[in-house]
Ligand binder design. Structure first.
Ligand code: EPZ
Length: 437
């Protein structure tokens, strides 16, 4: 990535029917990279992030952070690098030049709302636009506000902005989230790291990306314990330093390619993947009759000849089955020998892929938050489009097994979160090409 973003009018064309065989390298996790980049606002020293994925969301966030005063640079490619290896980036917020995050930024990427935590903790003030709704649900910010208030912030909401102030600095406090929220946990964790005194965060998210942020904050000098459990303890420090941190592998990318191989058939090693990051999803695949083996290179996924068994799955916060793999599993179950059910418990409107999968011949019925999927003998290629990242990639998975040609429009959703998807799949024999728009 050189700072440019891939074309927003591009399409992906898939001719279904090929098996996948070989190796797919797993990139650094998008949903760890974003909060880690935002953590650079907490210190005037350099934060170096290794294994940064080449994604449009990373480029967008680097620009947004630039507006607050973060200098962002990426090391050039070294001899022997394949272009599939993650990048090393350096972020430095020597001075915060602006504590306002305007609507035009937050609207582009919801996670940029999270700058509210570090800006408030370091500068005593932040004014951040409300993100508004998005394709997968209403996604309010009440838990963030509750958490920051517990650390002593005064908060007003006016004119579409959340204005948070703690002119004498944040103070440690007790936060108990009513529901698990990944974003609110990231934000309160970052803010508490620079608050005076002790903070306890109960009902904290246990997602591995929280652990990755806590690890990096620890290297920066924060005092955090309990990461990976539902209760985090933070003892605030007056300042944080720079650090060097390697971003963990992307468990959602891993699960997505695992489902792609399960769909197409074949035998692929997901290189660098860590099974403990997605045990629930791997168990579901095993239940569907897919071979899953943990190797010293990563995870090996195989399906040779055997049909797919239907499954009944509910999404849940980690360590449960992730909502970010719900659409992909649904695509896979379209080809199962029987009827599956998938219940979405995290977001109220995350079924936009259902209509598009139907265009490929899928038989799916929606009843509130539950989808019932009757497996079909054949899917057939068609032109489709998707409204969010994970929905788009579910159409790629379906396209791999559909007869004929599937063309996916609005590829910019895919480019937000999947690095070189068409290259990774075509190197394993998938007939997947990008049509440059
Ligand atoms: C993170 O979003 C991820 N994004 C999402 O991945 C993921 O789907 C989600 O966690 C759940 O795992 C990033 O990490 C950048 P939440 P986040 O706060 O933090 C409700 C992808 O495709 N809620 O855990 O925004 C909320 O509406 C993306 O990569 C409130 O009600 O999710 C939802 O129903 C999409 N009030 C639930 O909590 C709040 O103040 C969980 O959301 C905050 C959240």
């Amino acid at each position: 990535m050189t700072g440019s973003q891939r074309g927003s009018m591009d399409k992906i064309r898939i001719v279904g029917g090929n098996r996948l065989n070989g190796t797919i390298p797993i990139s650094g996790a998008k949903n760890a990279a974003l909060p880690l980049m935002i953590a650079s606002l907490l210190t005037d020293e350099v934060l170096t992030l290794e294994n940064l994925p080449r994604l449009n969301d990373v480029v967008t966030l680097s620009r947004i952070l630039g507006n607050h005063g973060v200098d962002f640079s990426i090391d050039g490619r070294r001899a022997g690098e394949t272009g599939m290896t993650g990048q090393t980036a350096h972020l430095r917020a020597r001075e915060i030049v602006d504590t306002t995050a305007p609507y035009e930024f937050v609207r582009q990427m919801r996670a940029s709302f999270w700058v509210i935590g570090p800006l408030l903790a370091r500068m005593g003030e932040a004014k951040v636009s409300l993100p508004g709704g998005c394709a997968i649900g209403t996604r309010p910010v009440d838990f963030f506000i509750q958490g920051l208030k517990a650390l002593g912030a005064d908060i007003d909401i006016d004119g579409g902005y959340v204005h948070a102030r703690a002119l004498n600095g944040l103070k440690g406090g007790h936060v108990r989230f009513p529901h698990v929220s990944v974003g609110a946990t990231h934000v309160v964790l970052m803010a508490a790291s620079l608050a005076a005194g002790d903070t306890v965060i109960e009902n904290a998210a246990r997602e591995p990306e929280i652990g990755d942020l806590a690890d990096c904050l620890g290297k920066m000098g924060a005092k955090i314990s309990g990461a990976g459990t539902g209760t985090l303890h933070v003892t605030g420090v007056p300042r944080l330093s720079g650090a060097r941190h390697r971003i963990l592998p992307d468990r959602i990318e891993t699960g997505t390619y695992a489902m792609a191989v399960a769909m197409a058939g074949g035998d692929v090693t997901l290189e660098g993947a860590r099974p403990e990051l997605l045990q629930a999803a791997l168990d579901v695949l095993r239940g569907a009759g897919v071979e899953v083996a943990e190797t010293n290179r990563g995870i090996r996924i195989a399906r040779n000849g055997a049909g797919l068994k239907p499954v009944d799955v509910e999404t849940a916060p980690f360590p449960g089955f992730p909502t970010d793999l719900q659409a992909q599993l649904m695509a896979l179950m379209c080809r199962a020998d029987g009827t599956s059910t998938i219940t979405e418990t995290i977001f109220e409107n995350r079924f936009m892929h259902v209509q598009e999968l139907a265009r490929l011949g899928a038989r799916i019925q929606l009843d509130g938050q539950q989808a019932t999927i009757d497996g079909v003998e054949r899917l057939t290629g068609a032109e489709v489009m998707a409204t969010d990242l994970r929905a788009s990639v579910s159409l790629v998975i379906a396209g791999l097994a559909a007869e004929g040609e599937t063309v996916i429009n609005r590829v910019y959703h895919l480019d937000r979160g999947f690095e070189r998807l068409e290259e990774k799949l075509s190197r394993c024999g998938g007939d997947v090409t990008r049509l440059v728009g």
